[in-house]
Write a protein that binds this ligand. Structure first.
Ligand code: GLA
Length: 705
């Protein structure tokens, strides 16, 4: 069969796929103008001595049977047979930049369909593979991955590690030989292994270098790997991770990988984030209304389980005075929930705590002009609950084993219709009965031995969770949901299709948040990042931070406060009011603009900004995370503005300590004098930085003249 290629064209990137004689991505990178049909002849590989006698293509699902010795694109068997399929091209369907490529192995009785879409506006590439069993005997699927090739020069990798109260910590490694692999078996997206990473040219940075970014949109178990073949070629694989025997296909049945979202950038990590953010805004978030995201007050760190409706109403009154727009009662409102030992599953109002019902609280909040929100943890059950006493068999577990509890709770088996129906009824009834605008949907434990009818069932559990969300969303399309899992344990694009924001971390320490939020910002735009001002003394770390540092750290995300405003001092309350007002003033820009993280020589200072899409204005935050390395902090070179325009610089917020004479005898002039600078000057020469105390921050605005 004749060679043939398909060329998908993005705005700034191109993808070229060969379909005959084998299906292989030949090029994915910077846009090339005027590609000639014959050009692919120029990249035909040599066949070296000492290896197989033919070229061994890394196809869209690499095959051992073609002589590829690396990780294949799928693994499985039919009672030991049909274990090494080789997929031959069958058909291609193209609709603009949307491709469906069908391949088949008639001996093994398997069909593989690869679906690719290159979004021509944002340049985000979307890929998934679907495997179908064509024979009558059952096929067991052990692995099914999306495989994307990378050029040899992509020899550095940046991934994330983390834990509870410390999500999205980046680390880097050289990928010269061997590779990188992360496996998540925790039953949720996890704090430990965010399902995404970036790979790029040597020393790629926020602003420099070529970068390819990948995210597996999946809230269950996963495996990601980046391989260097011994011939130097590289590829990335992303897949849902299956337990043994978890996936079996009867004749005609199929399984698809989760979607993999990928982006190429010739302008460092910022270019990649820009692509992902715009894509998320246009195609992932499915809530129709584009109303400003209301400022929250969440009661958790203010009162924990101590719910007294009279007091909660006082909190709401104080919250409204601060400028809060949505008031959320967290854990502790339902029957016998006095601590974290009991009651999960019993989703009925605790009438001992709320003798007059929830209505007076909701009405009070609504009368103050705020929306009302409430906390649930639907997937969970405490052994000490009425639900467990009535239905001990509703657990996601294996009979005969005693699995460990996590936060004193077990997981419900959502694939049992009775469980699904019970949760749907409870949530549906609550959302129908009260004027609830928002649900904080929590998930506070890792999943051990997820068994359904004896079989491994995490894949099914994850899909059932999506179904539950989808059904509720259909019944209550205006209710917004937050994805929380002990903070940031379930942050991914697939859950974001059903939710509206994330609880980024249980850690409200501003210093820790600076790192966590920067990590999250690579794949997620600011408006989905829940960021709250916590108390002066952080509950997680016992550190103390000024209201300035806390306020500015929470400012860029979906802002809120997480404390008891009744107990706060007048001075602190004035601070909350100030930062909430500042946030509202900047919110249209912050929640629609282009995020930039500035390369700076001193890691003790973190600079990030948001630039309006039309480059008419921008804000930049200078956050001093630790003692400056040098006596001066150098210039901040603020890239991303229109080089031909002039901008007026305004200082919006500065640490009081800066002017008390401790660290500087003389301040940079722009702190006190009006200054107008061109976008070109700001990017290339920049502005001299003041010397800041550790754990303080300064905010500036630039407006085009
Ligand atoms: C988790 C969440 C917190 C809070 C508690 C309530 O830890 O991450 O924000 O809602 O549960 O129990």
């Amino acid at each position: 069969m004749k060679e043939s290629v398909v060329h998908l064209q993005g705005n700034t990137s191109d993808l070229i796929i060969q379909t005959h004689p084998v299906v292989e991505i030949l090029y994915w990178g910077d846009k090339i103008s005027g590609v000639e049909a014959t050009a692919i002849q120029a990249v035909k590989r040599a066949v070296p001595n000492g290896r197989l006698d033919v070229d061994t293509p890394v196809t869209i699902s690499p095959e051992h049977g073609r002589g590829v010795f690396s990780s294949p694109g799928m693994e499985g068997n039919r009672q030991g047979l049909d274990w090494s399929p080789v997929f031959e091209f069958q058909a291609i369907q193209q609709d603009g930049n949307h491709l469906l490529i069908t391949t088949e192995d008639q001996i093994a009785g398997l069909k593989m369909v690869c679906e690719l879409k290159l979004d021509s506006q944002t340049d985000v590439l979307q890929v998934r593979n679907t495997l179908t069993n064509l024979k009558s005997a059952t096929y067991q699927v052990d692995r099914l991955a999306v495989t994307l090739p990378l050029p040899e020069r992509a020899d550095e990798l940046m991934a994330f590690h983390g834990r509870w109260v410390r999500e999205f910590q980046p680390h880097r490694l050289k990928v010269k030989h061997g590779g990188y692999q992360q496996e998540n078996r925790r039953g949720r997206t996890s704090h430990e292994y965010f399902p995404g990473f970036m790979q790029g040219t040597t020393s790629f940075s926020e602003q420099q270098g070529e970068v390819w970014g990948f995210h597996l949109a999946w809230s269950g178990n996963h495996r990601l790997r980046s391989d260097v073949k011994t011939d130097g070629r590289r590829f990335v694989q992303a897949e849902a991770l299956y337990f043994s025997g978890e996936i079996t296909l009867s004749e005609g049945e199929s399984i698809s990988t989760p979607w993999v979202y990928a982006a190429y950038s010739a302008q460092g990590l910022n270019g990649m984030s820009h692509a992902f953010h715009q894509f998320v805004r246009k195609q992932i978030i499915q809530f129709p209304d584009h109303k400003p995201r209301p400022v929250h007050l969440n009661t958790w760190e203010g009162i924990y389980f101590d719910h007294d409706p009279e007091y909660i109403m006082q909190m709401a009154s104080r919250a409204a005075e601060l400028g809060v727009e949505r008031f959320i009662i967290d854990d502790g409102w339902f029957k016998s929930r006095n601590n974290d030992l009991a009651a999960l599953g019993d989703w009925y109002l605790d009438t001992n705590k709320y003798p007059n019902g929830l209505e007076p609280v909701v009405a009070h909040v609504r009368n103050l002009g705020m929306e009302f929100g409430i906390w649930f943890e639907p997937e969970m059950i405490n052994p000490d609950s009425d639900l467990f006493r009535a239905h001990p068999d509703w657990l996601l577990a294996l009979d005969g084993y005693q699995q460990p509890t996590g936060r004193y709770q077990y997981v419900l088996d959502l694939q049992k219709p009775q469980v699904f129906d019970y949760l749907l009824e409870r949530l549906d009834t609550m959302l129908g009965r009260y004027d609830i605008a928002y649900v904080k949907w929590d998930m506070n434990r890792e999943v051990v031995q997820p068994g359904h009818d004896g079989y491994a069932a995490l894949d099914g559990q994850t899909k059932a969770l999506y179904d539950l969300f989808d059904e509720l969303r259909q019944r209550h399309p205006k209710v917004e949901f937050e994805s929380c899992a002990s903070g940031g344990g379930r942050i991914d694009y697939e859950i974001l299709k059903r939710t509206h924001r994330f609880w980024t971390s249980d850690n409200n320490d501003a210093l820790e948040r600076q790192q966590i939020q920067r990590g999250m910002s690579y794949f997620f735009p600011p408006e989905v990042m829940g960021s709250h001002i916590g108390g002066r003394h952080c509950h997680c770390t016992r550190r103390t931070h000024s209201i300035g540092f806390r306020g500015l750290t929470a400012l860029f995300g979906h802002m809120g406060v997480e404390l008891d405003p009744v107990k706060e001092s007048a001075e602190e309350r004035a601070g909350f009011t100030h930062y909430i007002a500042l946030h509202k003033q900047l919110r249209p820009l912050l929640h629609s603009g282009k995020v930039v993280r500035i390369d700076h020589h001193d890691p003790a200072l973190q600079i990030n900004g948001v630039i309006a899409q039309d480059q008419s204005s921008a804000v930049f935050l200078f956050s001093q995370l630790a003692m400056p390395t040098y006596t001066l902090s150098g210039n901040a070179r603020l890239a991303g503005l229109d080089p031909t325009k002039h901008y007026r610089l305004t200082v919006l917020d500065q640490p009081a300590s800066m002017r008390t004479g401790g660290v500087m005898k003389k301040l940079p002039l722009w702190l006190d004098e009006e200054m107008t600078l061109s976008g070109a000057w700001l990017a290339k020469a920049g502005i001299a930085l003041p010397v800041l105390d550790p754990e303080s921050a300064l905010l500036i605005k630039l407006d085009a003249m």
